[in-house]
Ligand binder design. Structure first.
Ligand SMILES: Cc1ncc(COP(=O)(O)O)c(C=O)c1O
Length: 384
């Protein structure tokens, strides 16, 4: 998909990119300034493996301010992005044959990291009608004596769906009765819309004790994907294991990036809010447009993805790249939309959701309008 989109772009075709997984905004200027100052002051060497004391202090402060609970430095492991934090957790926790429960639709890295450790992803289905939220019943049905962990993502990539306080509390209370870890990925927690309040697992899940692990980072909230700073907040024993794994692999995340992350967490918040407001406006545009096209799409509470059901297009006859063809899968639909509408999307199947497409609205308002109009033209040519 990316290769085809790049080919079109190289031919001078304007591609509407609804496939991106990062904010289209720049890192705030004050963060870049802080990084420059840190470099000049010598942030060019190794640091403590699991993060500088200064960054950990900033994480503690921001966690209290933004997530509503207290934590301590011995629980924090700063890694090279939230993905790295999740990978280290997988290496620390999962043994061959362990089962890890993952609600579908899921971010693609969760099951892959589980498999890389020889463990087994157990996929628990959710529905659009149920807000793509795992129910306590579905969780109870997925738990076995081999369950090592449950991975939740709120707000979610790819659906943008988020747990409200009651639904998250119900899951955490059920999990507290078990003996498995609960890993909650809150990387999109600051990007929530329409007055939705992020339900923080760290605040609600005290009954899990050290079996609760939070993953967070600066990539999305502060438009800092390239700086590679994320972290986990776990029990001290797990944190010690993570320090061993990280100490024998990457060592510390880049010193300058840690200084930048500290500046982001403690600095002015206007840029975070203006980005959030822009995403909220674009969400409404994207979701409204998709529903108007006859592609049902629930209004997501957060992140920057719309997750549209495209099964009505399955079986349609279309012209794609000059040839008559029938759209048999969501991947066919995504490739057809790219070649005929010049809109890049991501098919649902890799997220465990056949018949859906993920459309990112981390792109300009103008491109959202024009891309949707281009999709409408392509869809009007599809026949049965
Ligand atoms: C759900 C989710 N978790 C974690 C990450 C990783 O973020 P980072 O850039 O901090 O590695 C992403 C990035 O796309 C994501 O979508």
């Amino acid at each position: 998909m990316a290769a085809e989109a790049a080919k079109l772009t190289a031919r001078g075709v304007k591609v509407f990119s609804f496939s991106v997984g990062e904010p289209d905004f720049p890192t705030p200027a004050h963060v870049i300034e802080a990084a420059n100052q840190a470099l000049a002051a010598g942030a060019t060497r190794y640091t403590a493996v699991t993060g500088t004391p200064e960054l950990k202090a900033a994480i503690i402060e921001a966690t209290k301010r933004d997530r509503g609970y207290e934590t301590t430095a011995d629980r924090i492991t700063v890694s090279c992005g939230a993905k790295h934090a999740l990978f280290n957790l997988a290496a620390a926790l999962y043994d061959p044959g362990d089962e890890v429960i993952i609600p579908a639709p899921y971010w693609v890295s969760y099951p892959e990291q589980v498999r890389m450790m020889g463990a087994v992803p157990i996929i628990a289905e959710t529905t659009a009608a149920g807000g793509f939220r795992l129910t306590p019943e579905a969780l109870a049905a997925a738990v076995t004596p081999r369950t090592k962990a449950l991975i939740l993502c709120t707000p979610s990539n790819p659906t943008g769906a988020a747990y409200d306080e009651a639904s998250l509390r119900a899951l955490l209370e059920l999990a507290a009765q078990g003996s498995y870890y609960v890993i909650v990925d809150e990387i999109y927690a600051d990007l929530v819309y329409g007055g939705f309040k992020h339900a923080s697992a760290g605040r609600l899940g005290a009954s899990l004790g050290d079996r609760l692990i939070i993953v967070d980072g600066v990539s999305k909230t502060y438009a800092m994907t390239g700086w590679r700073i994320g972290w986990s907040i776990s029990g001290p024993k797990v944190a010690k294991a993570l320090a061993v794994i990280q100490g024998q692999s990457t060592t510390n995340p880049a010193a300058v990036s840690q200084a930048a992350a500290r500046a982001a967490l403690l600095g002015p918040r206007e840029s975070v809010e203006s980005m959030r407001v822009a995403f909220e406006r674009r969400r409404d545009r994207m979701v409204g447009g998709l529903n108007a096209l006859g592609l049902p799409c629930r209004t997501p509470e957060g992140a920057f993805y719309a997750f549209a059901e495209v099964s009505s297009l399955l079986g349609a006859k279309v012209t794609s790249a000059g040839a008559e063809t029938t759209l048999a899968t969501d991947d066919d639909i995504a490739m057809w939309l790219l070649s005929e509408a010049h809109v890049a999307t991501v098919a649902g199947t890799p997220f465990g959701a056949p018949g859906f497409l993920r459309l990112s609205y981390a792109t300009s308002d103008a491109d959202i309008e024009a891309g949707l109009a281009s999709m409408a033209r392509a869809i009007s040519t599809a026949t049965r």
